[in-house]
Ligand binder design. Structure first.
Ligand code: PMP
Length: 299
C-alpha cells in the first residue's frame, strides 16, 4: 500500500503527521464519540446506520458534529479511495476538541474530526474456524441511567476493564453482565445464544449496545425463518445453549465454543452460527455505500 493518509479536520495528512493536542478533551476526559465501520469489497456496510448512531451519541452528550451526514458519507468514501482500500476497518472519531485543563466542554471551541481506514481482523483468522473461549467477568456493564451503553463515547474504560480481565484469564474476549446479573454483551461485541433453533440476544435496556452487526444478523435470521427474539437471560442460559456467537463490526461473526469452562454444544461452531455467518458474508459483499461508483459526489 502507498502511504497511509488520515482525514483530520478538513484535510488528509500522512499517518505520522496525524497528531492531536494533549489539550483535546477526548484525550483528557474521554469526551467525544466514535464509530467503527467496515467496508467489504468496496461497499461501506450500513454506513447510514453507523452515522445515525454517531449523531445520536453526539446529541446525547451535546456535541455538535461540524459536518452533515452527507458530508461524512463522502469523507468516509474519500478516505477509502485515498488509501486504495476496498476491505477496511474505518474509525470515525469526533472529539470535543482542544480546551483548557478544566472539564467544562464550553472551553472547547471546535470538535476534532478524524477518519482512519486500514485493514483489520480483530481475532486471528484461525479462530473464526475453531470458535473462541470466553469467560464472564466481575466488571459489570455501566448502568443505562449512569452512562448509557447506547452512547458510543470515547469513554471505553468499562469495556477496557473487561478486556483486561479477558487477558488475565488468557482468553480473547469476555462476557459482561449488567448490575442485576443478566447477560449484557462482550467488551466490544454483542452476544447471541441458540437453543433448540431459537435465537436470543439481550435487548438494549439490559445494557447492550444495539450493534449494527447484531441488527443485520437479526434481519438475516428472520428472513431465513429462524425464530429470533430479544430476551433477558442469565449465564446459565449461555452455559446450556446449543450454540453461542458474538457479533460486531470489528469481530464480525465469531462462534464461542467454551464459556467459563463449560463446553458449548459440541465444542465447535454449530450449524446455525455457520449458516448465519455464511449469509452475513454474502450480505456484506453487496450491501452498502459503493466506494468506487462514479455517481458519488466527493467533497
Ligand atoms: N458492543 C460494544 C460495547 C461495542 O463497542 C460494539 C462495537 N461497536 C458492539 C457491541 C457491536 O456493535 P456493531 O455491530 O455496531 O459494531
Amino acid at each position: 500500500m502507498s502511504q497511509q493518509v488520515i482525514f483530520m479536520n478538513n484535510e488528509f495528512v500522512k499517518k505520522e503527521d496525524a497528531k492531536i493536542s494533549v489539550y483535546d478533551h477526548g484525550f483528557l476526559y474521554g469526551d467525544g464519540v466514535f464509530e467503527g465501520i467496515r467496508s467489504y469489497n468496496g461497499n461501506v456496510f450500513r454506513l447510514e446506520e453507523h452515522l445515525e448512531r454517531l449523531y445520536d451519541s453526539a446529541k446525547s452528550v451535546m456535541l455538535q458534529i461540524p459536518y452533515t451526514p452527507e458530508e461524512l458519507t463522502n469523507l468516509v468514501v474519500e478516505t477509502l479511495k485515498k488509501n486504495n482500500l476496498k476491505d477496511a476497518y474505518i474509525r470515525l472519531v469526533v472529539s470535543r476538541g482542544v480546551g483548557n485543563l478544566g472539564l467544562d466542554p464550553l472551553s472547547c471551541a471546535q470538535p476534532n474530526v478524524i477518519i482512519i481506514a486500514e485493514s483489520l481482523s480483530l481475532f486471528p483468522k484461525a479462530l473464526y474456524e475453531t470458535g473462541i473461549e470466553i469467560v464472564s467477568v466481575a466488571t459489570r456493564r455501566s448502568r443505562s441511567d449512569v452512562l448509557s451503553p447506547k452512547v458510543k463515547s470515547l469513554n471505553y474504560l468499562n469495556n477496557i476493564l473487561v478486556k483486561i480481565e479477558a487477558n488475565l484469564a488468557g482468553v480473547p474476549e469476555a462476557l459482561m453482565l449488567n448490575d442485576q446479573g443478566y447477560v449484557a454483551e462482550g467488551s466490544a461485541d454483542n452476544i447471541f445464544i441458540v437453543r433448540k433453533n431459537k435465537l436470543l440476544t439481550p435487548p438494549g435496556y439490559v445494557g447492550a449496545l444495539e450493534g449494527i452487526t447484531r441488527n443485520a444478523i437479526m434481519e438475516v435470521a428472520a428472513q431465513k425463518g429462524y425464530d429470533i427474539q430479544e430476551a433477558v437471560f442469565t449465564r446459565h442460559d449461555v452455559y446450556v445453549a446449543d450454540e453461542v456467537f458474538l457479533t460486531g463490526t470489528a469481530a464480525e461473526v465469531i462462534a464461542v465454543v467454551k464459556v467459563d469452562g463449560r463446553v458449548i454444544g459440541e465444542g465447535k461452531p454449530g450449524p446455525v452460527t455457520n449458516d448465519l455467518l455464511a449469509s452475513f458474508r454474502e450480505l456484506v459483499q453487496e450491501d452498502g455505500v459503493k466506494v468506487y461508483s462514479e455517481q458519488l459526489n466527493v467533497v
